[in-house]
Ligand binder design. Structure first.
Ligand code: ADP
Ligand code: MG
Ligand code: MG
Length: 213
């Protein structure tokens, strides 16, 4: 039923919260190299609010679309910072893409992933190679769509896409930041991965593992 998928979405948000909390300090330290050091705390604030809002919506029987909308709104509102606005809009966009139906197909998962990534590129306007989370998001989307074309399961497609995101996040160490707060200290950032790309890779990996289990 629709409420079961709402509860699944809330359970996924709880996993996202847990992985962010586990890596809060590491993400803050990474952001302190060339940014302002608040990526860990900002992500934690946003995702805690999002997970709470999702749990509340799911408990009242909301659909997957409504749960994600509530979560994304709370995320933007509470996180502050660039990444909070981007994550919030992406979670809302995937909720709007999924809506409130009884059943979903693989095609809907593709639509949701496309909406998630599209919201971030539209709002943030970062290009590939600017050293932002977009450098992990685009390889994630490409791997996800490619796997589905090959006819695998959602869990398998997410697992392959999450590995692609993790690898791409690590590779951002080679780049100089061209967007966001880290730009003025671009030279210091060389040799270190982008915090937003790293957090996205960690989150993708956790969600894939959860869906797989
Ligand atoms: P702030 O920069 O406001 O302190 P955070 O530290 O939480 O926010 O997030 C920083 C991350 O946000 C960067 O590592 C980068 O991945 C991401 N980011 C910054 N600007 C953009 C943008 N225009 N488009 C996409 N991602 C961006
Ligand atoms: Mg920051
Ligand atoms: Mg900041």
């Amino acid at each position: 039923a629709a409420a079961d998928l709402g509860r699944l979405a809330a359970a996924v948000l709880a996993q996202v919260r847990d992985v962010v909390v586990e890596h809060e300090e590491e993400l803050g330290n990474l952001d302190a190299i060339a940014g302002d050091g608040d990526h860990g705390i900002g992500m934690r604030r946003g995702v805690e609010a999002a997970a709470d809002a999702a749990a509340q919506a799911a408990a009242s029987g909301a659909s997957v679309g409504r749960v994600l909308e509530a979560a994304g709104e709370a995320w933007s509102e509470r996180a502050g910072g660039t990444s909070g606005a981007l994550w919030g809009s992406a979670v809302i966009a995937s909720g709007l893409a999924l809506g409130s139906r009884e059943t979903y197909t693989n095609e809907d998962a593709i639509t949701a992933v496309t909406a998630f990534v599209g919201a971030i590129t539209e709002l943030g306007k970062a290009e590939p190679g600017d050293k932002t989370m977009v450098d992990a998001l685009l390889p994630f989307r490409e791997a996800f769509l490619g796997e589905f074309d090959g006819g695998t399961t959602l869990a398998q497609a997410l697992t392959v896409a999450a590995s692609a995101a993790r690898a791409a996040a690590a590779k951002t160490a080679e780049l100089r930041p061209l967007k966001g707060r880290a730009r003025p200290l671009a030279e210091k950032s060389l040799g270190h991965p982008d915090p937003g790309a790293v957090s996205f890779g960690l989150i993708a990996e956790r969600v894939a593992a959860y869906i797989h289990s």
